[in-house]
Ligand binder design. Structure first.
Ligand code: AGP
Length: 610
């Protein structure tokens, strides 16, 4: 997803802007650019492709100046070309702008501007904004920005500079995050606090419809009428979590984050499991025990991997707390307007806290008067701040586009919330203590599961040329089958589908042949025999079977072509442990396919557009 970095201060801006964009690379993009100002000129440099292309271009054509703005673009309107990349300038080339989001009424605005004689250079929606601001500009950039934005429908996070106001950056936000950073060398603006680590000491998040003005030594945040607003300034350390946002000794962020899971799971549980009263405690749910007891239904809403975690949450809440749960794709839920009782709580799950569809679903639920909760990894992100209460994952930055540690931490937090709800209802102290003991053993179980990596390498080598793969599981492991198929397709580009294992008979088994491997999640449990039957059905049709199974399970080894062993854990915690081999399998197959594991094609880490 697009990234913004701005700087105004006492150092050359270009290196700072480039380093800030490098830290946002993980979000996914297809072009990059920057513009700096030196008194009487704006220096625009922008290129399609990776940041390295821009850096090479800057090496030949430096952009001087101590203030500037920069952008990594994930194309929405117009292809990934030099001229469509940001920044965009007005016709006089004395105002420059970068933009995250979508201008929904850009066609009408573009038509009006063209009728007034404005000549466009790109196919983007963003360029409309540059010309609109130019139209209203009479020497006061903040006022021109405010007037232009009043005409806009859609979402934006923008940064703007003008040749006539050297050192000034104006930012504005509606639906796409922006954070002001304060550092020794100057003032910063970014779409993600990760870009400011090491540069800024303090950060301030803009709220929707706020406008900020930054100079070398000062900054101000104002409302849409340009009246000053009071804001809270916080240390940047609180926003970046404990995780180290670098790869360390790992070849890829994704592999580092897979191997971080024993630690990230321990972080998710730290200080939240209370042995003395055999339950879990959370600092930010902001709901009393009485309010929790009154919850008679939960709607969980999310996208992608977080949606799969929510599906596991449905099984957990209904088994451990006997609370009915619906799981809704956020992009569907926000428009569906289903009948919901007042006592229904809406729980949003999100790693980034900025996914546009999930944020919109949360806001729609709040508009309807529902209590909203969020399970989120990115501290102080939009969804975390707008929900009535919530629980952070504390998994540290997740840089790999394919989500791994966030999934297992989300399932872990959902288990603790289910324990908490169950203990306000029917779970006994002994039952609560058993769940706590099971949870506390999970980091070691995941550490043991990671030992399957050699088995995974052999399986990956055998099936890396498959063009279609099926993932099959039942009950708690059906969502994990979906998650395993998503992992494979999003980083290896191999087509994969997840199904409830029994569902195969109702059509998908027609896909099975000797070239279509099926990955079965078949550890010991209540439905083990049923899944074994499904495996036999696939074998009988010549389909290769890869089994994720309890270590040493001879019954499975007698049937499956390949077995990846995992340690035994209680059935309701198997989603965490079975996810590990599926993450590793997708990773190793993607490497064999020569794919960019951390930055897969077409994908973004945080989808902040609808
Ligand atoms: C997961 O591997 C994907 N990168 C994607 O599906 C992701 O889970 C989805 O976009 C939701 O993101 P969020 O958790 O940050 O809201």
């Amino acid at each position: 997803m697009c990234g913004i970095v701005g700087f105004t201060g006492r150092r050359e801006a270009s290196p700072i802007l480039l380093e800030g964009l490098r830290r946002l690379e993980y979000r996914g993009y297809d072009s990059a650019g920057l513009v700096t100002g030196t008194g009487n000129e704006l220096h625009l440099r922008k290129k399609a492709g990776r940041l390295a292309e821009l850096a090479k271009h800057l090496g030949m054509h430096p952009a001087p100046g101590c203030h500037g703005i920069s952008h990594t673009r994930w194309a929405t309107h117009g292809g990934a070309t030099d001229r469509n990349s940001h920044p965009h300038l007005n016709e006089r080339n004395d105002i420059a702008l970068v933009h995250n989001g979508v201008i929904e009424n850009f066609a009408a605005l573009k038509h009006q501007l063209q009728s007034a004689g404005v000549r466009f250079r790109s196919d983007t929606d963003t360029e409309v904004l540059a010309h609109l601001i130019s139209h209203y500009y009479h020497g006061d950039l903040a006022t021109a920005v405010r007037q232009a934005l009043a005409l806009v429908k859609g979402t934006y996070g923008i940064a703007v500079i003008a040749k006539a106001e050297p050192g000034l950056i104006v930012g504005a936000r509606l639906g796409s995050p922006l954070v002001v950073g304060v550092g020794e060398d100057g003032t910063y603006l970014a779409s993600d606090a990760n870009a400011l680590a090491g540069f800024a000491d303090k950060v301030v998040y803009l709220a929707d419809r706020q406008i900020c003005t930054l100079t070398e030594t000062d900054w101000e945040i104002r409302d849409q009428d340009l009246a000053p607003v009071s804001v809270s300034v916080a240390d940047i350390g609180n926003f970046l979590g404990n995780g180290d946002a670098e790869k360390g000794d790992f070849p890829h962020y994704m592999l580092k984050e897979i191997y971080e899971q024993p630690e990230s799971l321990a972080n998710a549980m730290r200080g939240r499991l209370a042995n003395d009263d055999a339950t879990a405690h959370f600092g930010g749910l902001n709901l009393s025990a009485q309010q929790l007891r009154q919850i008679d239904r939960v709607v969980m809403t999310a996208c992608g991997t977080s949606y799969h975690a929510a599906m596991v949450g449905e099984y957990l809440f209904e088994e451990l707390a006997r609370v009915p749960v619906e799981v809704e794709y956020a992009s569907e839920f926000r428009y569906r307007n289903p009948p919901m009782d007042r006592s229904t709580v809406v729980l949003a799950l999100t790693q980034s806290g900025e996914t546009a569809d999930t944020l919109a679903a949360l806001r729609e639920s709040k508009r309807m008067g529902h209590t909203t909760l969020a399970i989120c990894n990115a501290v102080a992100s939009s969804i975390a701040r707008e929900a009535d209460g919530g629980v952070y994952l504390y998994a540290g930055p997740e840089i790999g586009v394919a989500s791994t540690k966030a999934f297992t931490s989300q399932v872990c937090v959902l288990t603790m919330i289910a324990l908490y709800l169950g203990r306000t209802r029917h779970l006994s102290s002994a039952q609560g203590q058993k769940i706590i003991d099971d949870l506390q053993a999970i980091p070691d179980a995941v550490r043991k599961a990671l030992e399957c990596h050699d088995h995974v390498n052999r399986v990956a080598a055998k099936y890396a040329d498959a063009r279609n793969v099926l993932y099959l599981g039942r009950q708690y492991l059906y969502p994990v089958a979906l998650e395993g198929s998503l992992k494979l397709k999003e980083i290896s580009y191999i087509h994969a589908e997840g199904y409830p294992a029994a569902e195969m008979k109702h059509g998908p088994i027609a896909l099975v042949d000797e070239n279509t491997p099926s990955v079965f999640l078949v550890p010991r449990g209540n439905v083990f025999d049923k899944v074994m039957s499904n495996m036999q059905e696939i074998k009988a049709r010549g389909g290769p079977v890869i089994a994720i199974a309890s270590a040493g399970d001879r019954e499975v080894s007698a049937v499956a072509d390949d077995v990846i062993p995992i340690p035994d854990v209680p059935e309701y915690l198997q989603p965490i442990v079975t996810a590990i081999p599926l993450q590793l399998l997708a990773y190793e197959i993607a490497l064999l396919c020569g794919c960019d594991v951390d930055k897969p094609r077409n994908l973004a880490k945080s989808v902040t557009v609808e």
